[in-house]
Structures are given as C-alpha cells and as structure tokens.
Design a protein around this ligand. Structure first.
Ligand code: NAD
Length: 499
C-alpha cells in the first residue's frame, strides 16, 4: 500500500506509528495511508526551518520572486498530474480539481511581485533633520493547517505569501487528502527553494496541538470547521502567536423578483452542488423574495436539478463526484432526514444514490423548500449537495436572514436593480458579497475572509492582507546629528513633537 511521508528539510521522512487511511471516494476504497505524527516530527521540521530561515530572509526579494516564477511554471507543467491526484483523493471532478490548483497558483503569481509588495514607506524631514521609514520583516517560522476540501488552493494561499516574504513554513495538511500538498512541496524544492523552508508534517489533533504549543512557531493560519478554528485561535493567541482562523459557512443566495431566473438557476445549481457542496463558498441556501419569485424559481430549479449528472471523479461529463468519506455521506444523509423531520418540504431527495459498478460515496442533488430560520438544519453547515429554499416576504427580510446567521462567509444577490444591490452589499453582515456572482471569492490580489463564526482574527488571507499577516512592521525614526548640539539640553526632556 502506498504510504505518504512527511517532507522535512527537503527529504521524505516516514514516521508516525498511527496510520490514517486515504480513500478513493469514487470507489469507496482505501488507496493509501499516511502516518500521523506529533511533537517529535514537528521538532525536526522546526529545527530545519530555524537553520534555513535566516539565509532565506537575507536573500534579496527579487531572487525569492524568481523561485515563485519558476514554481508557477512547474505547477502549470504538472497541472494534469496534480489534478488527477487531487481528484482521486478528494472526489471532485478533474476540471474542478484543476480550478483548485489554479486558484492557488493565482496567489503564487501575486507573490511573484514580492519586491514591490515589501517596499516600505519613507518620509524625509518628518522633523528637524529627522526621517521616518518603515519596513516589513518576516515572522520567522509560520505554520498552516488546512482542510480537505481545497488541498491545493489553500496550502498555496498560505505558503506562497509566507515564504515569499522570507519565512520558513510548516504545512499540516488534511489527513484525508495529503498527497497533493506533498507534491506541491516537492515542486517547490525543484523550483529552487532551499531545504527547510517548506516542510510538510502530517497528523491530527496531536500534531495541531504541538503546533499551537511550539514556542518557535510565530504565526498560524488555519482553515477548516468553526469549532476547530476557534480552538486554534484561542490556543494560538494564548501562546502569544499571531493567528488567523477561517471556519465554516452557510452562504445565502438572495433572488429579487427582477432577477434573470435562467441565469440564477445556472449559477445556483453550480454553486450549490459543484464539488458535491463541499465548498466554504458554496451557496446552500436560496432566498427568493416574494411568493411569485419563489414559485417561478422552483419551477425552473426542479428540472435543472434532476438533470444533473453525478459520477466518478474521472467522468468528464459529471457535474460533480462523491463526497469525501463514507462518514461524511452518512452525515449529509442524516441532515436531509433531519430537515425533513423539522417540517421542510423535501422536493428532490438525493439519498440512496448508487452508481452501477462503484461503491463510491455519492449523494444526489437534494432540494428543500419552505425551510425556516429556526430549523437546526438551516442553522448548521451541512457541507453536501443540499439546497435549502427559505422564502422571504421582503427585501428587508432577505437582508436580515444572512445577517443574523451565525456564519458570515459569503452571500450573493441576484437582481437587475443596481440600487437594491448596492443597498444589500452595504448593509448585509457578511464578509464577501457577490452581485449576480454566486461564488464571490475575491481574486488573488484582493483579500479573502468571512465574518462572524466564519473567521477568527482580523487579518484576511492573500492579497495585501497575506503580506501583512506573515510579516511584522518595523518603523524607524532616524536623525544624523550635524555635531552642533549646545545648550542645557532641556528640550531632550520633553516628548518629541517634531515642532
Ligand atoms: P476540519 O475542521 O475537520 O479539519 C481542518 C483541519 O483541522 C485538518 O487539518 C484537521 O486535521 C484538523 N483537525 C481536525 N480535527 C481537529 C481537532 N479536534 N483538533 C485539532 N485539529 C483538528 O475541516 P474539514 O472537514 O477538513 O474541512 C471542511 C470545513 O472547512 C468546512 O467547515 C468548511 O466550511 C471549512 N472551510 C472554510 C473555508 C474558509 O475560508 N472559511 C475554506 C475551506 C473550508
């Protein structure tokens, strides 16, 4: 059986007596295993990082950028291989797996501009003979803990900026699909990154706790479910680290009466069911405003949903593939049962889907209507191919629903009315808003981050915030005396006023 190693100081290291199975969700079978390690392996990675980081930080930013340029070339050259590997462990279809790699690569592209991004500010003559300037310096060693659902994109979102600014980095990927993160680290070595700057260690809670406790790790970026995000945020900050921790989501798509419903149905089906609904920026809740909008939307949605093709992840005609594990399939089906028990109308039931010739973990597209805000199945994240329709009577109610929800990652509004869209974007209590855009993930040179239980900490991912998160700002106030000092120096006892 293939075994996935750790990647420490530029070499493969096999360790961890506890093993975690890696499945092929399309087949419902184990295909490999990964060793779950803890503090001993983390210490090795930290030692390698500590030894390598000062020289990397002292390498001029143009040379660090050249590693990023080369890396971009290599990842592009390996796109097919990476997408196939990703798809085989995660279950998303190959075209979507390529998107996963590409959205990570977009951030690497952004990091190619690191010399510009690290330029500081300078004020000449801030006081008599005084200049003030600022610079950004790396934290030293950073760590990233990533979820299963974007095994290429999210690691690159983290290690790209962290490394480009001069840090060493330790990645702890999801134990469910760790092979792509390993390949990404190997390719970094091939791109010319010195050994020890990017290390990959595998594990579960034990490894995560070791990262939270390690005194030499100065910053942690986490993406995953909200309870773990909160746990890592509290533990990491209590240990004096800088932490950003992104959690779960329940994104709403608000449909106003004047929306182009054919477009909405296209966008909604892709955003609700793509990647089997296992995206933090999926749209699992639709909020039509007014009974007439709800009826017209429902009429168009049902045939569109019934026409979706669920297939193995290598099926080029499939809209989406299996969910990640058998346990997760069970959890999604339990939520479907729960939502029906709570009194919502189960319009299309995706449970019990079996594809001939496979034992994969498939869940068919599911639609609920008349879902109410007090239902548990509305309040919690299902993270599967389940779309819940919550009918709103008014625009005000449609603003209130996502605003009052515990999660605040993304939201979308569909309308032809610019004024309504503008009002909605300004007032809704959610971090990322789409206007006729169902999955409003900002491009790499802007920043990504949700609000409320979708994001703990105040600095977002990638774009300018990514550079900020992985660096410390230093401010220098300098004076070069001209040798004419005289008098009783009384002014030295007064707080400098630059007057
Ligand atoms: P998860 O929280 O189960 O796991 C994420 C990481 O935490 C993994 O590396 C895992 O090993 C580790 N982990 C798991 N249990 C732990 C524990 N008890 N203690 C310490 N560490 C632990 O999440 P997942 O199932 O891999 O990913 C899906 C979740 O991630 C969903 O909730 C989804 O919404 C969220 N997500 C959020 C964003 C975002 O940007 N907000 C992006 C992608 C995914």
């Amino acid at each position: 059986m293939r075994s996935v190693d750790h990647f420490i100081n530029g070499s493969h290291v096999s360790a961890g007596s506890r093993k975690h199975p890696i499945f092929n969700p399309s087949e419902g079978k184990q295909q490999a295993e990964v060793g779950l390690a803890g503090m001993a392996e983390l210490n090795k990675a930290v030692e390698a990082a500590k030894a390598a980081q000062p020289a990397w930080a002292a390498t001029n930013p143009q040379k660090r950028a050249r590693v990023m340029f080369k890396y971009k070339e290599l990842v592009e050259a390996h796109m097919d291989e990476l997408a196939e590997l990703l798809s085989s462990e995660h279950g998303k279809v190959i075209a979507d797996a390529k998107g996963d790699v590409q959205r990570g690569l977009d951030v690497i592209e952004f990091c190619c501009g690191i010399p510009h991004l690290l330029k500081g500010d300078y004020t000449q003559g801030a006081g008599p003979g005084i200049d003030v300037y600022s610079m950004r310096q790396p934290l030293g060693i950073g760590a990233g803990i990533t979820p299963f659902n974007f095994p290429a994109m999210i690691p690159m979102w983290m290690f790209g900026p962290a490394i480009a600014v001069g840090n060493a980095f330790i990645l702890k990927p999801s134990e469910k699909d760790p092979s792509v993160p390993m390949r990404l680290a190997e390719l970094m070595k091939e791109a010319g990154l010195p050994d020890g700057i990017l290390n990959v260690v595998h594990g579960d809670k034990e490894m995560v706790d070791a990262i939270i406790e390690h005194p030499d790790i100065k910053g942690i970026s986490f993406v995953g479910s909200s309870p773990i995000a909160q746990y890592i945020y509290s533990g990491g900050t209590a240990n004096g680290k800088r932490v950003q921790a992104f959690g779960g989501a329940k994104n709403h798509g608000v449909v106003l009466p004047d929306a182009d419903l054919d477009q909405v149905v296209n966008d909604l089906t892709g955003a609700a069911f793509g990647s089997a609904g296992e995206r933090c920026m999926a749209l699992p809740v639709v909020v039509p405003v007014g009974e007439d909008t709800a009826e017209r939307l429902r009429e168009k949605l049902i045939p569109a949903i019934k026409g979706l093709r669920v297939g193995v992840s290598t099926d080029p005609d499939a809209h989406y593939g299996p969910v990640v594990t058998e346990q997760h399939k069970q959890s999604v089906e339990n939520w479907i049962a729960k939502c029906a028990d709570e009194g919502a109308e189960l319009v299309v039931d995706g449970r019990g889907l079996e594809l001939q010739g496979t034992d994969g973990w498939f869940v068919g597209p599911t639609l609920f209507d008349h879902v109410k805000p007090e239902m548990e199945s509305y309040k919690e994240e299902i993270f599967g191919p389940v779309l819940q329709m919550v009918r709103a009577d008014s625009f005000e109610e449609a603003v209130r629903l996502p605003s009052d929800h515990q999660y605040g990652n993304g939201v979308a509004i569909f309308t032809r009315n610019g004024h309504a869209a503008r009002e909605f974007a300004a007032r809704v209590n959610v971090g990322m808003v789409g206007v006729n855009v169902p999955i409003p993930v900002p491009v790499s040179y802007h920043t990504f981050g949700g609000w409320k239980r979708s994001g703990f900490g105040d600095i977002d991912q990638h774009g300018p915030d990514g550079i900020k998160f992985w660096t410390k700002g230093k401010k220098v106030t300098q004076r070069w005396p001209d040798g004419t000092a005289a008098g009783d120096h009384k002014e030295a006892f007064v707080i400098p006023t630059m007057g």
